[in-house]
Design a protein around this ligand. Sequence first.
Ligand code: HEC
Length: 153
Amino acid sequence: MKKVLVVFLVAFIIIQFFPIDKTNPAPTPGMDFLTIKNTPPEIAKLISTSCYDCHSNETKYPWYSNFAPSSWFLKNHISEGRKHLNFSTFATYEPKRQAHKLEECIEMVEKKEMPLESYYIGHQDAKLTDEQRKLLIDYFKKEKSETERKMAF
Ligand code: HEC
């Protein structure tokens, strides 16, 4: 039993030599979703609290980002999250892609697939009530039709 513990301890110490890179990409002024859309503060707060850690370049790293292996899971979520949707560079997307991403946002929030459930550990405030989900969905819908309306010209 003691041996097993020692093995675990040594393994835990060794993996700490592989920390994650916590530097956020440089800010891209004028490209951020909440800024360009002039999102109402109430909605902007929901999006930044529940989505921005994984879907923007403004990630705030929690204490458990300092320890492997939790840091590795977190890093993977952030890289994947940004790859699929990065609110910080939203204005660089083609209008068609913007509309498509908004459609996906509606779907993800409706089906309660986002925010990722694992994110609630240490981020209780990111949990969305049904009412808040509805606010977000209505807002994403409005922005989507606005984007499509502009595309039609
Ligand atoms: C803990 C990190 C995390 C949080 C918080 C989070 N997401 Fe995600 N999101 C991901 C990851 C990782 C993916 C990549 C695909 C997957 O694993 O499902 C993703 C994918 C997506 C996609 C693309 C889906 C697709 O089909 O390509 C959308 C849209 C999305 N998230 C919207 C949101 C919205 C809106 C919020 C806030 C309400 C949010 N996410 C919060 C991690 C997160």
